[in-house]
Ligand binder design. Sequence first.
Ligand SMILES: NC(=O)c1ccc[n+]([C@@H]2O[C@H](COP(=O)([O-])OP(=O)(O)OC[C@H]3O[C@@H](n4cnc5c(N)ncnc54)[C@H](O)[C@@H]3O)[C@@H](O)[C@H]2O)c1
Length: 273
Amino acid sequence: MPEPRLPIVVLTGAAGRLAQYVRPMLASACREVRLCDVRPVTPQAVNERAFQCALDDAGQLPALLTGADMVVHLAGYPREAAWDVILPANITSVANLWEAARAAGVQRILYASSNHAMGLYPRATTVGSDDLPRPDSRYGVSKVFMEAVAGLYAQKFGLKGFGMRIGHCSPEPLDARMLAHWISPRDLAQLVRVGMDADYDEAIVYGVSDNAASWWDNARAHALGYRPQDSADRYREALQHKVSNDPLAEHFQGGDFAAAEFNRDRSGFDVDR
Ligand SMILES: NC(=O)c1ccc[n+]([C@@H]2O[C@H](COP(=O)([O-])OP(=O)(O)OC[C@H]3O[C@@H](n4cnc5c(N)ncnc54)[C@H](O)[C@@H]3O)[C@@H](O)[C@H]2O)c1
């Protein structure tokens, strides 16, 4: 039996923080990894190639995507900002990417959604993959937009979409909120691998390690084969008192993103919970 042909994968946001955690896995699992970023990025493996381009400029995308099998889309503005920042980085870029990927015959896009797509759910509520989005910011809205675009292109055009609602990815959790939503770098790399290999048309999963304090039902990820190796639980004693001094931020899953600019009457919210 001939060996299955390894895929050609485009990694967007390749100069960014999260990309460094998935590049070694991609380099070993792919024939070629195209490193796309608006900033310069240096190839480190023999099968990595740099493509410096801006996703909000549609004309730059055909050269990036021709012949590619998959995209791992991490590019974007990764926190709250005014619309004039969010629109090009997280809305126009997404529309351009999915449209160009469809035209190029790309088979699947794995993409970094965020906990902030669901950030206005209280921490006392467990949410799963099928619950309605409750974005907590303009940034969160841009992630919900991306999930909707992925759904359209999956259902209508057969371009598979794997949305990872990532909590916070760093070598170690840093505060009490991360006891719930932290994901380790190696669990993130494993989740991306699941998205490359698993059978689905459209999936939304949570990018979270095996944390007892998680607010999320991640059954969909488990059904597709995700088995997180790490847990924030061993940091509980060190971090459980490292909380925000804003009770509203403590009430909502989105933390400070949810509390920022919040100007509704707070009396209806049981913020001491
Ligand atoms: N860091 C986390 O824990 C976390 C949590 C949830 C979601 N996410 C999401 O994961 C993704 C990666 O996050 P990160 O922490 O690595 O962010 P980052 O800012 O370190 O990296 C993002 C990269 O995208 C590039 N970029 C931005 N706009 C671009 C454009 N128009 N065209 C091409 N490249 C562009 C930037 O130059 C940057 O290198 C983001 O989409 C973010 O929203 C991250």
